[in-house]
Write a protein that binds this ligand. Sequence first.
Ligand code: NCD
Length: 343
Amino acid sequence: MTDILPAFEQGRHLLSVSQFTRENLKRLFDVADAVDPIAKRQAVCTALDGAMLGSLFFEPSTRTRLSFESAFQRLGGEVTTTTGFTFSSMAKGESIADTSRVVSGYSDVLVVRHPDEGSVAQFADASVVPVINAGDGAGEHPSQALLDVYTLEKELSLRDKVVDGSHLAIIGDLKFGRTVHSLMKLMSLYHHLTFTVFSPPGLELPSSIEQYVTQRGHHVHVVDNVVEAVHGVDVIYATRVQRERMTEELDQAGTRGDLLNWSILAEADNLDAILMHPLPRDSRPDAFDLSNDVDDLPGLAIFHQTDNGINVRMAIFLTTLGVSIEAVHLTTKQRSWKATLRP
Ligand code: NCD
């Protein structure tokens, strides 16, 4: 995947965050705002009536698959899905190209997750409909970065701040964590950012990502201590150790205990920071992830991220399928049910 991919718009694949400019990012976020009542199921929409999403997940997923599928269904479309290699013809040796051509013939848009970096671009090459990258190995995860930045704008604005000029700590597995690769690249569209990065030995940020960011005028400080990393920052973005992508040796190296917890934040004098994580959070003992003991802190934004994922993924589908906001309004009505418990 390179920087020469066409800008993300109607009829285009979404393979990398490098397809965004500040302008088309804003347009996407405006659509994400406009569909909020539908995302929150206060209103019902049939703009994608008759459209079919092909959802192909060859790696584990909960929120990405369910939120892409829910987003499509909330716009009135239908979903056909396959998960894992076992239940697809890839188990019989079928190539990516053949699978993609076949399934794209049944669908209007494909969402694909696959364990190999670059594989979703191969799906795109053979597909007759737009393909959205839902994660290609340690490569990219553009829809996650989009919902992360959408959330970040909202969380910062609640504190009368903006993304431009902000200071972020990016901590955890920065080598295999594709969400941070896409996030840092996408955030490079903003101005004057400072990233302080901390990772266990062997899981450092790839130099290609650091270069991408610094060449666009941002600062990257690498530190070897998590307290130092999170001190004084506006936002902390933590990631899980991607054990499924690493060898046993790396798995043993310094990745035990908590990556971040209440005491570390207290020691760094930053209990108010905005706390983000792409999830899933590995809550097993000693998993070296974000501890649950931060869950009552005021800056916890991890479930705002998951909720906002619906809005952003709806906006991605409306853009790639060329549906205007006017068409959405014309096909939206109030819901007729009440989903609240009586006191
Ligand atoms: C992430 C992923 O799959 O890259 N999860 C997600 O989509 N929200 C992060 C992870 O698995 O750690």
